[in-house]
Design a binder for this molecule. Sequence first.
Ligand code: HAM
Length: 469
Amino acid sequence: MGMQKKQILKTKKAIARKRSQGTQTFQAPKGMHDIYEPDIALFDDLQDVVRDLARAYGYQHIEIPVLEDKDLFVRSVGLDTDMVEKEMYVLKTRGRDILALRPEGTAGVARAYIQNGFMYMPQPVKLWYWGPMFRYENPQAGRYRQHIQAGFEFLGADNPIADAETMQLAVRIGESFGLKNVCVYLNSIGCSACRVSYRKALKAYYRTKSRKLCSDCKRRLHTNALRLLDCKNETCMMFRKDAPETLGYLCKDCSAHFKKVLEFLDEMKINYFLDPYLVRGLDYYNQTVFELKAIPSQQQPVDGHEQQKEPLSFGGGGRYDYLMKMLGGPDTTAVGFALGIDRMVEIAKQEQVKAKKQNPRVYVIQMGDIARTKALQMLDMLRAQGIFAGFDLCRDSIKAQFRSADRLGVRYALIIGQKEVVDHEVLIRDMETGIQESIPEEKMIEALKERLRLARKDKINHTFYGVPS
Ligand code: HAM
């Protein structure tokens, strides 16, 4: 049994004992969880990938509030969507404002764009964010009530190359993090003009099934027909496979836009599949919509109908050219996506992706109170020189400190006892050979750097000649 599993089991027993003694204990709210080692290392790695690639693609970082006016989401995401209808955490403040914990980030970024006058800056504006989102969903694998998203919004760009660039960025983040077989599923849902004839055809089709539809879909048939296509009810999902396809109802401009997007994706060799029923669960989209999946190698994707058998999407997005105007801002075309960070980490764990852990290269071992004070100063000097050192100043046992150094796999230990403090010296011990040398205190950094440099060279040579290091 792994250390973490043992730790959880022990804790569960301790909590049960406390409860039986009448002590009140607390749990994280349902569908929300703590993230810590070893998983947090993968979250950190992914955050590094997101930050680096965001910079490389010209995005600026933006932080937006976790709480927004509830109506911002009603207006943006749509009243008849699951997200607004069933999943929002809504609260009333003492000042009687009705706020919602953000279920997604695009609406907040659009609000920030208008409120902070981003439209007066050179266009397009590219903004990225990272943070928690809240949806009152039924918790299950890959679906939490609090999850982290990294979002990218490309504002003021109408060229189809922006759609393709956005999808390329999403794919590259997945791949750089270590996900395999990353695929884009995409579709075009057209503009508001195409939508009129499509909606008519969709309604005509679903009207013939209306008695068998779930109660939500019965209502949506009259209020928001497009949402019939993303209902999660099994019977409603079954009807989808014969429904009219959005691509058959695109106007000339939308068709040309989509064709260009596909050409760019082909050019960039992005792995994509057309999904004629992909409409996404949010009302603000038009034209291109897409989702990202990492397909397990034994399961190859099939265009369109087979989609529900495939893994959950780890990201999704699309074009939203009308949103800014709907929120009272200027006409601003836009395209963007968000990645489900928790889902990406889960996929990475299934695929045995290892976190890029950085271990210390040296370990400082102290013996006694005077040495402890000296060690504190030495550690400060090492950090100033960029040398990552392990230590445990609270520990008295030398054996235990050596054990920690061994566990971390450091090559050198710096040892200070009372004698070393008095003589202004330090012992450098090679943990591989066991040889140790006494070095004057002022030469410690230089001597250590030299040894670390030689150790690295030695490792490279060993690897080069095929000797395991
Ligand atoms: P979304 O598809 O609703 O899009 O969410 C983005 C991603 O967040 C999903 O693909 C999924 O990986 C993850 N996700 C969603 N809900 C959960 C959940 N309950 N638990 C764990 N992960 C979840 C949006 O939110 C849009 N704002 C994306 C966008 C940006 N469109 C344009 N710009």
